[in-house]
Design a protein around this ligand. Structure first.
Ligand code: N01
Length: 490
């Protein structure tokens, strides 16, 4: 049996998940190229205080590698990173990973039917299949603020937290109110002298049903697996209902809005502050956030919430549009990621030397099932266009993709030189169906990282995660154009 070779780019949840799926099914013919010196992806990079997952761990983990002793329901970064390392060790994955190896270019060679990859140090590698698994949130976005480079204090992005800067007694500016900011802000507020939150948009915040798992939980989860499955199922069902609320059953939104309003009213007694913290856009348009300590932190006497837009960064602080100078010692940019720039800065060339970034610049990022692009044979994306979840566990989505790609590998086994790219008509039907479902979603009604510069919703999956599982349940050869490399015809 000759199985095709794979180059997987990235050793985060996606790349490792595919490697596990392959190993579990007897395929070892792959290499993972990882630009950093460690595995873990976003769970390696995001080390800010309070970094945690806002999806409970029984669901935010591989279904086939359950863990009975998570310290709490919503795990912190260190525990998730440790889980990734544990599982990677169990399956001896590290011997498949080449660390400190950043892919810069990849080109499909029509003669050999293989991918040729170039790395930052100038090395070349080849494989039958190329699997970028680089995530959607791996490249921090800095705001384009005048004077940003003139600031003389310390400044860093939340995803590149500078742990050498002691924030104790400092005047700190926090820019951004997304999922990252609401986690670190309550952790740093007690130690700083003064914190100014520069809020452009208020967040929809829901109570976080977190709990510590006790020894009783751990024993039950370990020795009575139905209890662990029940926890996983309950979390999954909750997020699926929320996802349906975003796409299919708008009536579900009313109780969610009521809950968020109640939460804010209960935690913020000052009406002026409460008004500032009340969103003025459709719930669900940006990611809904779970926190019990964000609003209480904002009510503390050493905190100001500034809603006047930022005009410029100055050498000693931030100037707002009303001309007021806010002197600060440290600026923390919780300003998100370049989520719509899929696969950047890599250059990926398909048949005829066509560059993927150029095609997507015109059409927006799109791919059949979020996985395959016409004219890019044997390129399969993980966490590709429109496979992010507005509600639910990305790990569940990645498992669906890993299963699908494993079926592709099975199909190509004993077909050397055969390469598959989505049929253009299959991809168009898929995109048409996606766009029609996306039309009525709340994601259309504000700006967020779910949309590209042209306003197209390129990131989110419009539905329950189980719908994606269903759509990707079986590889169908008829949806692909098979090509046979001239140099490897039998
Ligand atoms: O980034 P964001 P994030 N002036 O893009 C503001 C995942 N995640 O890192 O809303 C002023 O959500 C911007 O303002 P506005 C999760 O999928 C997961 O927080 O554009 N403000 C916004 O408030 C999440 O969705 C976990 O008006 C500026 C903020 O910066 C994704 O990562 C934990 C600005 C950016 O928010 C991104 O979250 C953490 C400017 N010039 C993150 N530019 C889990 O728990 C930007 N902003 C799994």
């Amino acid at each position: 049996m000759t199985s095709p070779s794979l180059l997987i780019i990235g050793a985060g949840f996606a790349g490792l998940g595919l490697a596990l799926e392959l190993r579990r099914n007897g395929f070892d013919n792959f290499i993972i190229l990882e630009r950093a010196a460690d595995l873990g992806g976003v769970w390696r990079d995001n080390t800010y205080p309070g970094a945690a997952c806002d999806v409970p761990s029984p669901l935010y983990s591989w279904s086939f590698e359950p863990k009975s002793d998570w310290p709490r329901r919503f795990s912190e970064q260190a525990d998730i990173h440790a889980y990734l390392r544990e599982v990677a060790d169990r399956y001896e994955l590290t011997r498949f990973i080449r660390f400190d190896t950043e892919v810069t270019d990849a080109e499909f060679d029509e003669n050999t039917g293989r991918w040729r990859v170039t790395t930052a140090d100038g090395a070349n590698l080849g494989a039958d299949l190329l699997i970028p698994a680089v995530g959607q949130l791996s490249r921090p976005a800095m705001p384009n603020l005048p004077g940003i480079e003139t600031f003389t204090g310390a400044a860093f992005h939340s995803a590149r937290w500078n742990h050498e800067i002691d924030l104790t007694g400092k005047r700190v500016a926090c820019i951004g109110t997304g999922a990252s900011a609401i986690q670190y802000l309550p952790r740093i507020q007690p130690k700083v002298a003064h914190l100014t939150l520069f809020q452009r948009t208020a967040a929809w915040v829901l109570p976080k049903p977190d709990t510590e798992y006790t020894a009783v939980h751990h024993t039950l989860f370990k020795h009575f697996p139905p209890s662990r499955l029940a926890e996983r199922f309950a979390v999954w069902a909750f997020f699926e209902v929320m996802a349906l609320g975003l796409t299919d059953i708008p009536a579900i939104k009313a109780p969610v809005v009521a809950l968020a309003d109640w939460h804010r009213a209960r935690q913020v007694s000052d009406p002026t502050l409460r008004a500032k913290l009340t969103p003025d856009y459709a719930a669900g348009c940006k990611r809904a956030l779970f926190s019990n300590d964000y609003f209480p932190a904002l009510t503390q006497p050493n905190v100001d919430v500034e809603t006047t837009p930022i005009a410029a960064v100055t050498p000693h602080g931030i100037r707002t549009a009303d001309g007021v100078e806010h002197p600060v010692d440290v600026i923390i940019y919780g300003t998100g990621f370049k989520g719509a720039e899929f696969l950047a800065p890599m250059n990926i060339y398909g048949r005829g030397g066509r560059k993927l970034a150029d095609i997507w610049a015109d059409s927006g990022a799109r791919a059949y099932l979020g996985l395959s692009v016409p004219e890019f044979p044997n390129l399969f994306l993980m966490y590709g266009p429109n496979t992010n979840v507005g509600s639910g566990s990305i790990v569940y989505m990645l498992e669906s993709q890993a299963r699908y790609i494993r079926q592709v590998v099975e199909h190509l086994t004993d077909r050397p030189g055969r390469a598959l790219a989505a049929r253009p008509d299959a991809e168009q039907r898929w995109d048409h169906w996606l766009r029609s479902r996306l039309e009525d979603t709340p994601w259309n009604f504000c700006t967020s990282w779910y949309r590209d510069a042209a306003g197209r919703i390129t990131n989110n999956w419009p539905g329950a995660t189980v719908l994606y599982r269903w759509k990707t349940r079986a590889f169908t050869a008829g949806d692909y154009v098979p090509t046979q490399a001239a140099a490897r015809q039998h």
